[in-house]
Design a protein around this ligand. Structure first.
Ligand code: GLU
Length: 275
């Protein structure tokens, strides 16, 4: 089986050094294994993605000396597939409508007491529902397989998790898989695309380690293969904070416009603290 991995950024801002580290790690792993690394544009959240960010992704990665097979899969070109998968899950009773707002869901996740806490409220005429995966229904659908769900971690999770990992679906609870404003959620699109693109190894940062628990459940429900996972540490700034688009971490585009070449960017990455 050809070793195939991917770098899958979302064009919701300019990439920063942490993305460059993730991309270089994935491309190098593919090269070492004699396989290939695909680029995938995860642009399903149309409220946050912008064309100029996507254009900058291509320029920034080329500047790092990276090249990938064409055509690049852009998730916004495949929305109907994700919707169809969501409909199939609905038809099997594996998702349910939830009328709570994002704020209420966040409070519920933090265990804050809520008035009239009824996660499966049937209707709320003034609101569009979000569609949430029912772990109870998933457990029932998978039967004895549920207890055996696992994945192979060849890197390490944020707490040093490595080797065969037993899936703990409860870590993320009944995740939202679809919502009117953003359409189908990340977890569903990502498992569909990892499977359709024949991804054998997923390389990504620690921040997505826990997402794997949910993604393995979805893979099983949809009859998709589970790749091998390799999570890596995240780059920190000089104050020990994670880099983040929303915190205004210096972008690769800024470095590029300053004339910094790939060598210099690699040196910055090598010197940066990671955790
Ligand atoms: N699109 C996700 C992100 O930018 C990464 C998805 C993944 O690697 O699974 O954070």
């Amino acid at each position: 089986m050809t070793y195939r991995t991917r770098f899958a950024p979302s064009p919701t801002g300019y990439l920063h050094l942490g993305h460059a580290y993730a991309a270089l790690t994935a491309f190098k792993a593919a090269q070492d294994a004699g396989g290939e690394c695909l680029l995938r544009i995860e642009d399903i959240d149309r409220t946050r993605c912008r064309p100029e960010y996507e254009a900058a992704i291509y320029e920034d990665l080329h500047r790092l000396g990276l090249d990938w097979p064409e055509p690049v899969l852009r998730q916004s070109d495949h929305l109907a597939d994700y919707e169809a998968a969501l409909e199939r899950l609905k038809a099997r009773g594996l998702v349910y409508a939830c009328y709570k707002t994002r704020k209420e869901l966040a409070q519920a996740a933090q265990g804050a007491p809520q008035e009239g806490d009824a996660p499966r409220a049937e209707t709320a005429p003034d609101r569009e529902p979000s569609w949430r995966l029912s772990l109870d229904a998933a457990r029932e659908a998978l039967g004895p397989e549920w207890e055996r769900l696992s994945f192979e971690e060849t890197g390490a999770g944020p707490n040093g998790e490595t080797g065969r990992q037993t899936v703990r679906p409860d870590v993320n609870g009944d995740v939202v898989l679809g919502r009117k404003d953003i359409g189908v959620a990340y977890h569903l699109a990502v498992v569909i695309d990892d499977a359709r693109q024949g991804i054998t190894h997923v390389h990504r940062g620690h921040d997505l380690f826990e997402a794997t628990h949910t993604q393995v459940v979805l893979q099983k429900l949809l009859g998709l293969a589970t790749p091998v996972y390799r999570h890596h540490a995240l780059l920190l700034d000089d104050q020990g904070r994670r880099l983040a688009k929303r915190k205004g971490s210096k972008s690769l585009r800024d470095y590029r416009l300053e004339g910094m070449d790939a060598e210099a960017v690699r040196a910055l990455i090598a010197a940066a603290p990671k955790a």
